[in-house]
Design a binder for this molecule. Structure first.
Ligand code: T5A
Length: 215
C-alpha cells in the first residue's frame, strides 16, 4: 500500500473492454466523494515525453520493427516519467489519481502476451520499487469480443494487430494476477454497458470508505 494522502485508482482491461466510459464514471464517483476531480493519466503516455514514447509503441514502422524487449523498456521509460512527474506529485498534494492502465498492463501484455515475465518483473522492481495502485478495476473481456468492439471504432494500431493468442495469454495473466491480489477487482465487461457500470459503481462505493479509512 502506498503512503500518500491521495489515492491511485486504475482501470485495466484488454482493447475494447470499455475503459473509456468506465473512466468517465469513476471520475464522477471520485469527484462526488472527494469534492475534487481526480488527476487523469493514460499509459503509455501522460507527459510530453511519455506521449512521444506512446507513438513509438503504437505506430508500426516496417523499416525498423520494434523488438519485444525494446517495447517493454520503452513502456517502462514512459511509466517512470509519468510516476515521477505527475502521479507522485499529485498524490503528495492529496489529489486522487485515476489511471487508464498502469503496471498490470505490462505484466499482462509484455509478461503474459510476449512471454517476457522475468524482464518485466526485473524492470518493474527496479523502476517502481513497490509503488502500486490502491485499487484496480480490471474489466475482463473475451479478446474476440473486445477486438470486435475496438475494430468498430476504426483502424487497429500495432499492438491491436497482434494474433488472438497474444491477447488470450494477456487475459489469463490478468486473471491470475487478480486472483492473487485483493486490490484488483474483476468486472465482467462482456455485459451490457448498463450492467458493467452498475457493477463498477457498486464495487467502488463499497471500497471508497475503506480507502478513506486507510489515509
Ligand atoms: N500497452 C499498454 C502495453 O502493451 N503494455 C503496457 O504496459 C501498457 C500501459 C495502449 C496500448 O498499449 C498497450 C495496450 C494497448 O494496446 P490504447 O489506445 O490506450 O493503447 O488502447 P486501449 O487502452 O486498449 O484502448 P481502447 O480504446 O481500445 O479500449 P477501451 O478504452 O477499453 O475501449 P472503449 O471504451 O473505447 O470501447 C470500445 C468500443 O466498445 C464499446 C464502446 O462504446 C466503444 O465503441 N463498448 C461497448 N459496447 C457494448 N457493450 C459494452 N459493455 C461496451 N463497452 C464498450
Amino acid at each position: 500500500m502506498i503512503n500518500q494522502t491521495g489515492k491511485f485508482i486504475v482501470i485495466e482491461g484488454l482493447e475494447g473492454a470499455g475503459k473509456s466510459s468506465a473512466i468517465a464514471l469513476v471520475n464522477d464517483l471520485i469527484e462526488q466523494h472527494t469534492g475534487q476531480a481526480p488527476v487523469c493519466t493514460r499509459e503509455p503516455g501522460g507527459t510530453p515525453l511519455a506521449e512521444k514514447i506512446r507513438d513509438l509503441v503504437k505506430i508500426a514502422d516496417a523499416s525498423d520493427p520494434l523488438s519485444d524487449e525494446a517495447e517493454c523498456l520503452l513502456i517502462y521509460a514512459a511509466r517512470t516519467q509519468l510516476i515521477s512527474n505527475v502521479i507522485k506529485p499529485a498524490l503528495a498534494k492529496g489529489q486522487w489519481v485515476l489511471g487508464d492502465r498502469h503496471n498490470l498492463s505490462s505484466l499482462a501484455y509484455q509478461g503474459g502476451g510476449r512471454g517476457l515475465m522475468p524482464l518485466v518483473k526485473a524492470v518493474s522492481d527496479a523502476c517502481l520499487a513497490g509503488f502500486t495502485p490502491d485499487l484496480t478495476l480490471y474489466l475482463d473481456i473475451d479478446p474476440k469480443l473486445g477486438l470486435t468492439r475496438a475494430k468498430s471504432r476504426g483502424q487497429l494500431d500495432r499492438i491491436e494487430q497482434q494474433a488472438i493468442d497474444f491477447f488470450e495469454r494477456a487475459r489469463q495473466t490478468y486473471l491470475q494476477l487478480a486472483q492473487q491480489d485483493d486490490s484488483i477487482i474483476v468486472i465482467d465487461a462482456s455485459q451490457s454497458l448498463e450492467l458493467v457500470h452498475q457493477a463498477i459503481r457498486s464495487q467502488l462505493l463499497h471500497r471508497l470508505p475503506l480507502l478513506f479509512a486507510n489515509k
